[in-house]
Design a protein. Structure first.
Ligand code: FE2
Ligand code: FE2
Length: 501
């Protein structure tokens, strides 16, 4: 059975192996970011080939979490030996574990270097076995009996959790940070329709094996039911755009439209007029100067620009009159920044037509968040806390915690309001840009990237880590330094632009 290095297997080989039922083993010592991505790429090819795309995000998270655990387990053995502590002795174990995480974090390079010298490896195996796709993560240090017991106990306990609220209250109470990753894995498996029987941790001779078997017959919840009932009802209840706005939208679809007529139509509605002028001027980085009349605004932003601003104006107006919440201001402030960043990125990378669309895509990308927040503020707060403290991507946690997915919900609302397809796509895929239709890919990349870069609560290392590799390549970023320099460029032009007002 051949053992591959990360990045060695190409797509054709993967597909062949998959259909032949061969085991694909990929071996790494230190598992740097790049190699982890290479392994995840093999997973992606398999999942695509098996047409299980809807569960890819979950599996990706699970595999990454398990790989990190395996890496830690290998470091643990080195750490205990260097500290001259006996890992199998409970007193020594407790003593050692007190400083373990901090030490390996602070001396990461040293421990990773040692992995190779000790011959400690992490193997990822993927294989079709009859009607199951089996993923195994194997590290060649044996799990301690005590640890295995704890892990199995957690597995057993997690069986009783039905919701994330239950699980997390228990976990947070016991301050068992490490257990959280585990609970999330279990909840994710549940979410994609697997039971814990299909998830197994075991100790084999000098090895620890974690195994997940995914039946091909699996129909995921996401495939059958995508959106929570409560939110569907809410979307139904949200009013359509007012008639004059709908009329304007129709008229503005015609590139030959009579601009005088349009501006008269707009001026009949003073609040619409004021709203459009305010928005035009808040996006003045797209204009050579401040505008004071609708005619002047159209002159600079064009018909399409005007249409975009009307979408923004009407959405904001409806949501603001319906929900009165502090949080909305934060979401709009974030969205405005994302709009600016997306515009900036589009200006550098895309045709001019895409720039305005990038701005509006950024402005409206988190529409769904407002709805979710209005309906269940507690869950949003809980989601945010967990994402920040555990560095888990928002989309992943949202979907397991309660089935709310703000991208999807935002897209539903955008469809209801007849937003152009491109804008709906931006909203729907701003957290999973690789899955969107090819024709909008580059445009969505800008919004995805802008959204990550605009997250001030994350460190730049965290942001770099969470950005999809494909997209880093797209923006020609190959190192943390290049990432930071793009971030600085955006931050300073944003500040400068705000200053101008
Ligand atoms: Fe978002
Ligand atoms: Fe966002």
């Amino acid at each position: 059975m051949p053992v591959y290095k990360p990045g060695e297997l190409v797509e054709n080989q993967i597909i062949n192996h998959l259909h032949n039922g061969d085991e694909m083993i990929i071996e790494s010592y230190t598992l740097p970011h790049k190699e982890e991505d290479d392994i995840c790429e093999v997973l992606r090819v398999c999942i695509d080939e098996l047409e299980k795309e809807p569960i890819y995000d979950y599996l990706l998270y699970i595999v990454k979490e398990l790989l990190t655990n395996a890496k830690k387990a290998n470091s643990k053995r080195i750490y205990f030996s260097e500290k001259k502590l006996d890992i199998s002795n409970p007193v020594d174990y407790q003593k050692g574990m007190r400083d373990f995480s901090r030490t390996i974090f602070e001396h990461a390079d040293h421990y990773l270097q040692q992995h190779k010298e000790w011959g400690l490896t992490i193997r990822t195996s993927m294989q079709m076995v009859e009607d199951y796709f089996v993923i195994k993560i194997i590290n060649n240090t044996q799990i301690m009996e005590g640890e295995l017991k704890v892990a199995q106990e957690k597995l057993r306990r997690s069986k009783i959790f039905n919701s994330f609220e239950e699980a997390s209250s228990l976990i947070f109470d016991s301050r068992e940070g490490a257990g959280l990753g585990f609970i999330i894995i279990i909840l994710m498996l549940k979410k994609i329709g697997l039971t814990r029987e299909e998830f197994d941790i075991r100790s084999e001779q000098n090895k620890t094996v974690t195994e997940i078997s995914i039946p091909l017959s699996l129909i995921t919840e996401e495939q059958s039911q995508t959106i929570n009932d409560l939110l569907s009802r809410e979307i139904k209840d949200i009013p359509q755009f007012p008639e004059n706005v709908i009329l304007l939208q129709e008229k503005l679809q015609d590139p030959e439209v009579d601009l005088k007529e349009v501006s008269t139509l707009i001026s009949r509605d003073p609040s619409l007029t004021a709203g459009i002028l305010k928005l035009s001027n808040s996006a003045e980085f797209m204009l050579p100067k401040r505008v004071t009349s609708i005619i002047e605004a159209i002159k600079y932003i064009g018909i399409k620009g005007l249409r975009n601003l009307i979408y923004t104006y009407a959405s904001q107006k409806i949501l603001e009159s319906r929900y009165n919440m502090e949080e909305m201001k934060k979401i709009w402030a974030h969205s405005y920044k994302v709009g600016f960043y997306a515009f900036y990125l589009a200006k550098k990378n895309l045709t001019s037509e895409d720039r305005e669309d990038a701005f509006i895509g950024g402005l409206l990308h988190d529409l769904g968040k407002i709805l979710i927040f209005a309906i269940n503020p507690d869950i949003v707060k809980a989601i945010n806390t967990i994402c920040h403290t555990h560095g888990i991507p928002v989309r992943v946690i949202e979907e397991v915690t309660s089935g709310y997915n703000h991208s999807l919900i935002g897209a539903k609302l955008a469809e209801k309001w007849n937003f152009p397809e491109k804008l709906v796509t931006a909203i729907q895929y701003h957290h999973r840009p690789l899955s969107c239709d090819d024709k909008y890919k580059e445009y969505v990349f800008c919004i995805y990237m802008a959204n990550i870069l605009a997250q001030d609560e994350l460190t730049s290392v965290e942001k770099y880590e969470m950005t999809e590799n494909t997209i880093l390549y797209y923006f020609s970023i190959t190192s943390q330094e290049e990432y930071d320099s793009l971030q600085n460029e955006l931050t300073s032009s944003y500040v400068e632009q705000k200053h101008h007002k």
